[in-house]
Design a protein around this ligand. Sequence first.
Ligand code: ZN
Length: 239
Amino acid sequence: MYEDLKRVIDENENIVFFGGAGVSTESNIPDFRSTDGLYHQKYKYPPEVILSHTFFIGHPKDFFEFYREKMVYKDAKPNLAHIALARLEKEGKLLGVITQNIDGLHQAAGSKNVIELHGSVHRNYCMNCKKFYPLDFVLNSSGVPRCSCGGIVKPDVVLYEEPLNDKAIEDAILLIQKADVLIVGGTSLNVYPAAGLINFFRGKHLILINKTQTPADRSAKMIIREPIGEVLGKAVLDR
Ligand code: ZN
C-alpha cells in the first residue's frame, strides 16, 4: 500500500517534513481543533481565550493552571512518525522537520534540525531578565512561576495575538525552498501560517498524509488518509 511513498523516499534525498497536531495525537496529545480536542472541553473560559496574550497578562494564575493541566504532556513518548523522521534525517535523506507542535517529541526521537513555528514547552524565559528555565521549573512551581529576580517565567510558546518568531518562519521558508520532496502530515493546513508556507515549495513531490481534506489536496502528487505513525512507520522503518 505504501509502495509509492517508499519509492519516492528511496529515490530522493532532499526531503522536508511539515507537521501539525495530528503527528502528536498518536502520542496521546490531544489535537486542539478536533471535535474531541481541547476546544470542546469545559472551562470557565474557552481555550482560545485562555491561550491569548491578553489573558496571560491579565490572569497569569489561571493561565498557568490551564497550561500545566492541558498544554504540557511531560510523559508523552515519540511515536512511529517521530521515530521514522529521525531515522530519515540520520540517513541523510531528510533536511529537517518544520512543526506546529510545542511538545519537543521530534527532538526526543533524535531529530536534530527541527523548526518549531509555535515554540516549545521545554524553553521558558524570565520576562524581566531573560534567564532560562527548564520545563520542570514551570511544572513544579505553584501559581505563577517566578524568576529569582521576581519576573514571571513565560513559556516560549506562541500565544494567540502574538506574532510567530521571524527567524523560525525564515528558516522554514529556506528549508521548504531546498526540498525536492515535501511531506505534509497531521495538519489540515487551515491555520496560519501553514498553508502559506507550503506555497514556497518548488520541488517535484508534494505528499499529504492527513485524515481529512486540505486546501493543498489539488496540488498534491500523493494523498494518504491513514494514521501518520502507521504510514511513516511502514514506509520508512520497514525498508
Ligand atoms: Zn529574572
